[in-house]
Ligand binder design. Structure first.
Ligand code: ADP
Ligand code: MG
Length: 207
């Protein structure tokens, strides 16, 4: 199966379904230590991608990721809108003049995650989506020689471990940081949705 944007409709549908199926749980997470709007924000973005999925599938990756980033930035809102948007816009820039394979994708995703760190002025260990994105990016960097089936088996485990690690972290960025010690014991909503989206993408790629 070639890794082309022709896959985008299936990927976007899988991601939207994963978020819809876990919407109540994620809303409860964001209600516990945020303001409860994370799923609604994200679904505005995913609905916009759903509406554009056939057009997106006709583009090359550079153009598709740029467009997806702009759509997400302008529709999601909240703290997460500019962060998810930046991820894709930067992936688009990093993908210029590259053919997409396991090795180049690791570099492209890493560049995207670096831009999220810069935009959010945040790093690993601060109880955010970065606690999923950074370990996955790091794993992809180390796994350029790993077989694709093994990679697709490992990425969800890395994402889930990252998501679960946020439970015992003290939030130092975003709304949850206002709660200080009271943020302990709750999984971060953005870490959970990032993990759900990554697992949904991997499940499609593994088919
Ligand atoms: P808001 O916090 O503005 O209501 P959302 O609810 O859509 O926005 O998104 C909240 C999520 O965004 C958090 O769960 C966290 O994962 C992520 N987040 C918030 N601030 C930052 C930041 N500075 N860096 C990285 N991620 C962040
Ligand atoms: Mg919120």
């Amino acid at each position: 199966m070639p890794l082309t944007p022709a896959l985008l409709p299936r990927l976007i549908e899988a991601v939207a379904n994963a978020i819809a199926s876990n919407a109540e749980e994620v809303t409860a997470l964001d209600q516990a230590i945020g303001d409860g709007d994370h799923v609604i924000n994200l679904q505005r973005g995913l609905n916009a991608l759903m509406a554009q999925r056939e057009e997106l599938s006709q583009l090359d990756w550079v153009t598709a990721w740029q467009k997806m980033g702009m759509i997400l930035m302008s529709t999601i809102g909240g703290a997460s809108g500019s962060l998810f948007g930046t991820l894709f816009v930067t992936m688009s820039k990093a993908a210029r003049d590259q053919s997409i394979n396991q090795q180049t994708f690791a570099m492209i995703f890493k560049a995207g995650v670096e831009s999220v760190k810069q935009r959010g002025k945040a790093d690993a260990g601060e109880k955010t989506m970065l606690d999923v994105l950074i370990p996955v990016a790091d794993y992809l960097q180390t796994a350029i020689a790993v077989s694709l089936p093994e990679l697709l088996e490992t990425v969800p485990k890395v994402a889930i471990a990252g998501m679960e690690s946020t439970r015992d972290m003290l939030a130092t960025k975003g709304r949850a940081s206002y709660l200080e010690e009271r943020s302990l014991g709750h999984i971060d909503a953005g870490a959970r949705t990032s993990q759900l989206m990554i697992c949904a993408i991997v499940a499609v790629l593994a088919e």
